[in-house]
Design a protein around this ligand. Structure first.
Ligand SMILES: Nc1ncnc2c1ncn2[C@@H]1O[C@H](COP(=O)(O)OP(=O)(O)OP(=O)(O)O)[C@@H](O)[C@H]1O
Ligand SMILES: [Mg+2]
Length: 236
């Protein structure tokens, strides 16, 4: 479904991704594991066209994305939940959700249908619908960021460290929701995480990114038993 082939992404002299390739098949949950600064966010930004690629190609459903704009990427069916949530704190929960659907140009009826789906997944967002996004707790803001991405009816959902800064119980709740989105809605997921243990619990396959290069790619069963993964990502 998604095929990233040999991409390079730089920030000035810093080469953040060096010849990275990865694939995500339809209906999979694939995790991208990596420490601080490995290049996970850069990968997400490359796919969503927020960062130009110097080399390589990105294909989605057989179409090359290289020359598309971020809004066109959303219209192709790729939505991203960015690192640090990036919700609009002054806007209400409802307005935040509507922003997610904006590039799609939905009718009122379609919009309501999308909202119903998001509210079914995260009832708390319905309760807090008219509250400013900034007044939500960290966990609720993460749910809002996921809900906002779902408003565009993605076929592929990119999540950049959804567990960041959340208490363990909330991490569980968020990961359950990701699994539900995948299983019930049939949405494919690419999940960047430092929390390898949690990410592998819901993923089928994973990639390990080290200093801008993929060093490992395998099923999670194989990754869990890999010495490098055990030592560096699972605490020995
Ligand atoms: N805006 C930027 N300007 C310059 N260098 C950057 C910028 N963003 C990222 N980098 C560098 O690119 C590399 C990859 O960073 P990136 O944010 O993609 O890593 P990451 O895996 O998402 O890390 P984290 O887990 O901390 O979010 C790092 O060396 C980082 O310092
Ligand atoms: Mg990051």
């Amino acid at each position: 479904m998604l095929v990233v082939r040999d991409i390079d992404v730089s920030y000035g002299n810093i080469r953040a991704l060096k010849g990275v390739s990865l694939e995500v098949q339809e209906k999979e949950i694939v995790c991208l594991l990596g420490a601080n600064g490995a290049g996970k966010t850069t990968m997400m930004r490359a796919i969503t066209k927020l960062r130009p690629i110097q080399r390589g190609t990105i294909e989605f459903m057989g179409q090359v994305l290289n020359d598309l704009s971020p809004a066109q990427i959303v219209r192709q069916g790729i939505s991203c939940v960015p690192e640090g949530r990036k919700i609009f704190p002054e806007m209400t929960v409802l307005e935040n959700l509507e922003m997610g659907a904006y590039p799609r140009g939905y009718t009122k009826a379609e919009m309501d249908e999308n909202l119903d789906k998001v509210f079914a997944l995260f009832p708390i967002l319905k309760e807090r619908m008219h509250q400013a996004g900034g007044t939500l707790s960290g966990g609720q803001q993460q749910m809002l960021a996921i809900g906002r991405a779902l408003m565009a009816r993605p076929r592929l959902l990119l999540l950049d460290e959804p567990s960041l800064g959340l208490a363990p119980l909330l991490v569980e709740r968020v990961f359950e929701a990701i699994q539900q989105i995948n299983q019930q809605e049939g949405i494919t997921v690419l999940l960047a995480e430092q929390n390898a243990r949690m990410a592998m619990r819901i993923s089928q396959r994973g990639y390990v990114l080290v200093n801008g290069e993929i060093t490992l790619s395998d099923t999670v069963e194989m990754l869990r038993n890999n010495e490098e993964v055990k030592k560096n990502y699972l605490g020995g």
